[in-house]
Design a protein around this ligand. Structure first.
Ligand SMILES: C[S@@+](CC[C@H](N)C(=O)[O-])C[C@H]1O[C@@H](n2cnc3c(N)ncnc32)[C@H](O)[C@@H]1O
Length: 321
């Protein structure tokens, strides 16, 4: 089985690894797409499950690609990497000369490599420029840029929605007050201190007061929720009959998008009640294999606390009728 592989910090353990491989039915062999290659833990296990398995691994983080390519070199041409956004899946498949896949995996969110690399600005554990772009060095806006340019209400909205932070308005107010005083929030330390000034530390808090704000900004910077539903539809459309789609999410909004998309594609209408006609695109294309989301057991959470909020959902593509 795949061994944990470290970046510069804690070892990276692929989340729900055994379950992912089982739901992908990787032992069948054929072409799999790992849409969130990261350090290649899931890809490695897919390649080990069958000598006839091939993997195209996509990531928008060049550093992740480089680590995975090194790790998976022993599989030769059975593994291919693509630096892309997984929303470009059809183009990535076409570039590889493929039209369909036997399985697609997406393990959403951020990797340990990203969290533990101080200069990437994802974590308040290290002081660094407030960057947070998974596609580091690209033209995309950094977290510091968003905080310097968005209106206060928009900052409050994204901290509330993406961070599920009840005190989002107060945090946004402090951020905007700081920038109006000419004190730019340019580093992770600036942001963590501003959040603490806004909402304080409460005795008995299980998490750092800035945790939810950092999560919200990361999701906003990387536009993690935008088009996720359409991506899932596209990925399923690209599956061969009996192909598998497996999604691991770490945030309730992500999980809801995946759940509703799988339901619609299993034929269940997700329109609001009392609409005269279905307009949500419900059709019977898949069988859902996870009636409830699969979550890590206590042993996995004890070994890897970052797995604690993971939820896996999977489906099987039905033969065309
Ligand atoms: C949780 S990690 C994946 C870990 C991986 N399964 C492993 O076992 O090492 C998520 C990875 O997906 C990448 N990622 C997130 N959103 C992406 C997107 N829209 N397109 C491409 N890669 C993305 C991140 O850069 C990160 O490396």
């Amino acid at each position: 089985m795949a061994a944990p592989l470290g970046g510069r910090g804690a070892p990276h353990r692929p989340v729900l690894l055994r379950e992912s491989i089982e739901f992908l039915a990787a032992e069948r062999g054929g072409l799999f797409v790992d849409c969130t290659l990261g350090l290649g833990g899931h890809s490695e296990a897919i390649l080990e499950a069958s000598d006839n398995a091939r993997v195209i691994g996509i990531d928008r983080d060049r550093e992740a690609i480089a680590s995975a390519v090194e790790r998976l070199a022993r599989f030769g041409s059975r593994f291919q990497a693509a630096h892309a956004n997984f929303r470009e899946l059809p183009a990535v498949l076409a570039n590889a000369g493929a039209q369909s896949a036997g399985g697609v995996l997406v393990d959403l969110g951020v990797s340990s490599l990203q969290l533990d690399s101080p200069e990437r600005g994802f974590s308040f554990q290290h002081d660094a420029p407030l960057d947070m772009r998974m596609n580091a060095g690209s033209e995309e806006a950094t977290a510091a840029y968003l905080l310097a340019s968005l209106p206060e209400e928009e900052i409050a909205r994204l901290i509330f929605e993406y961070g599920e932070e009840r005190r989002s308005r107060r945090i946004a107010k402090f951020i905007v007050a700081a920038r109006e005083r000419g004190e730019a929030i340019a580093t992770t330390k600036d942001l963590a201190e501003t959040v603490i000034r806004a909402i304080g530390r409460r005795p008995g808090d299980r998490i750092h007061p800035a945790t939810r704000t950092f999560q919200a900004l990361r999701i906003a910077v990387n536009q993690e929720l935008e088009g996720l539903d359409q991506f899932a539809v596209t990925a399923i459309d690209l599956l061969q009959p009996e192909g598998r789609f497996v999604a691991i999410s770490f945030h309730s909004l992500e999980d809801r998008i995946i759940k509703q998309t799988l339901r619609r594609l299993s034929g269940r209408c997700e329109c609001p009640p009392r609409l005269p006609r279905c307009s949500c695109g419900a059709r019977r294309a898949v069988e859902i294999l996870t009636r409830r989301p699969v979550v890590p057991d206590e042993i996995e959470v004890a070994e890897n606390p970052r797995a604690r909020s993971a939820k896996l959902r999977a489906c099987r593509k039905l033969p065309e009728q």
